[in-house]
Design a protein around this ligand. Structure first.
Ligand code: HEC
Ligand code: HEC
Length: 261
């Protein structure tokens, strides 16, 4: 039952960009609203910029005529040419530059994709946001508040709701799920299970959590990747990937030192 609930809960995670129908426009204000609602949870808003791309601080400076380091010689945004722009490519239906964005989440609606194309084709202007005075907001409301990178919040928002169904010493699950009881993530147990403990399924002997280093923590690899084919399944096992806010909470907890509280 719990698993079914998890499987069903996905599309409430991304509110539409603020400002109602104004959100799908093609000016820079609309771009910022879109980034705040769909992208900054991973790209800058919570203090971490995955892929080294910060769309929260100054998206224009981060994008327009800027080389995309992983896809050289391509640029994120080539004014006047959406088809050559990595930004548009990554949100389009069939990206050719790596994974589609938002990564592992539902694709953006075509209204937003077309709005980004038009913004680029119109010259990718970065004029100051215009307050139209109607219900439309200028775009900050979708940015998540600074996260609280404590074990307590990771426990309450990630481990307890998503993991202890299997990862508990007394989990009432059978078959292949039962292995998870050996690494309990229940409140009071999770720290001792994770921090500086060698992961059983890691081929390279990685710790489950190496404080300060999410990329070299098997916990992060198991919820985000990459893992080897021989390193078991991605977590949560048999359920969709965690939403970005939850992922970034785990990332932030590890990156800020994986404190015990
Ligand atoms: C769940 C986290 C997540 C979300 C949400 C997300 N991204 Fe990303 N993004 C990543 C990661 C990780 C990378 C680096 C790996 C890659 O390029 O596939 C990345 C890379 C990118 C890149 C290429 C950067 C580079 O040079 O490698 C672009 C452009 C991008 N994202 C745009 C967006 C946009 C636009 C949105 C919102 C519509 C978005 N992303 C939402 C995680 C995310
Ligand atoms: C449906 C049961 C189930 C759920 C839910 C689940 N896991 Fe797992 N987990 C397993 C099983 C079974 C294994 C061992 C096999 C594997 O790694 O694929 C495992 C392995 C792991 C490992 C590797 C431990 C090691 O020492 O190698 C980590 C880390 C992990 N899980 C974290 C999580 C996290 C974090 C969540 C919640 C976001 C979660 N799991 C949710 C069943 C589950």
């Amino acid at each position: 039952m719990i698993l079914l609930a998890l499987l069903a809960c996905d599309d409430t995670q991304f509110p539409s960009p603020p400002g109602g129908t104004a959100g799908a426009g093609s000016d820079y204000t609309a771009m910022q609203a879109l980034f705040d609602a769909e992208c900054t949870s991973c790209h800058g808003g919570a203090g971490f910029a995955l892929g080294d791309l910060d769309l929260a601080t100054d998206a224009c400076a981060a994008l327009v005529n800027v080389d995309a380091p992983n896809y050289a010689p391509a640029k994120y945004v080539v004014p006047g040419d959406h088809a050559s722009s990595v930004l548009w490519n990554k949100i389009a239906a069939t990206p050719t530059f790596g994974d589609s964005m938002p990564q592992n989440q539902a694709a953006l609606s075509s209204d937003y994709v077309d709005g980004v194309a038009k913004w680029i084709d119109d010259g990718a202007s970065c004029g100051a946001p215009v307050d139209t005075g109607d219900s439309g907001d200028t775009g900050d409301t979708g940015t998540p508040p600074p996260a609280d990178y404590t074990l307590a919040s990771v426990q309450d928002e990630v481990f307890t709701p998503y993991c202890v169904y299997c990862h508990a010493a007394d989990a009432d699950v059978g078959g292949e799920y039962a292995y998870a009881a050996e690494y309990p993530l229940t409140e009071g147990d999770s720290y001792a299970t994770l921090v500086n403990q060698t992961a059983i399924w890691s081929l390279t002997g990685m710790k489950r959590v190496t404080p300060g280093d999410p990329e070299n923590s098997f916990l992060w690899r198991k919820i985000w990747g990459p893992i080897d084919d021989q390193e078991g399944r991605m977590m949560p096992y048999d359920s969709p990937q965690l939403p970005p806010e939850k992922l970034m909470l785990v990332y932030g907890w590890i990156a800020t030192g994986a404190d015990a509280q």
